[in-house]
Design a binder for this molecule. Structure first.
Ligand code: SF4
Ligand code: SF4
Length: 187
């Protein structure tokens, strides 16, 4: 049976240390202005409570990837396990995928004049290893799931302010924060 691999992001566990970003940058020696994974602080009024909440985001390895659909040189492919790959050797840097992706995931590398993005450490997973961000997170807030078999209740694919998942059918799932666990120190 084909897999549908995606990231599971436990927002309750994440404390915004950015180690996942750095683990990814270090693994692939990314240029200083490029981040394949980014940690954002969620607007507090979105949850109507004063806690500090973070989410760690990267490519959603969508079931219907707009990046793949619009690329004029077929630089994108989707593997049988669901991972969406970008081939830099084919890329001509036209930026169509950057405009098409609702999550603004593909990033333009000014030096190489081409686009790049997360590939879920596909080569590591092929060897039974976890992606660098998953291994690097000290809070164990990140994991890879197979949506064909994943059944944990209470996860969501949509967060406040997030694009409509109907557009590309992202495979990332989130465990939402519970109220009253995190405490602000600057008040
Ligand atoms: S998140 Fe964007 S770049 Fe990633 S697969 Fe979906 S449409 Fe493509
Ligand atoms: S490494 Fe883990 S705890 Fe730190 S920002 Fe990333 S997801 Fe959050």
């Amino acid at each position: 049976m084909a897999k549908r691999l995606g990231f599971l992001v436990d927002i309750e566990r994440c404390f915004g240390c950015h180690t996942c970003e750095l683990a990814c940058k270090n693994e692939y020696q990314l240029d200083p202005d490029i981040r394949w994974r980014k940690v954002y602080q969620i607007r507090e009024d979105a949850y109507a409570m004063p806690e500090r909440i973070f989410m760690s985001l990267t490519c959603n390895h969508c079931d219907q990837p707009e990046c793949l659909r619009v690329c004029p040189v077929v630089a994108y492919t989707k593997r049988n396990d669901g991972i969406v790959l970008h081939n830099q050797d084919r890329c001509i840097g036209c930026g169509m995928c950057i405009m098409a992706c609702p999550y603004k995931v593909p990033q333009y590398n000014q030096k190489q004049k081409r686009v790049e993005k997360c590939h879920m450490c596909a080569h590591k997973q092929d060897q039974g290893q976890k992606p660098a961000c998953v291994t690097g997170c000290p809070a164990e807030a990140l994991s890879v799931i197979d949506l064909e078999t994943f059944t944990v209740l209470g996860t969501t694919e949509k967060l406040p302010g997030y694009p409509d998942p109907k557009i590309t059918k992202p495979t990332t799932r989130f465990i939402q924060p519970s109220i009253g666990v995190q405490i602000r120190r600057d008040r």
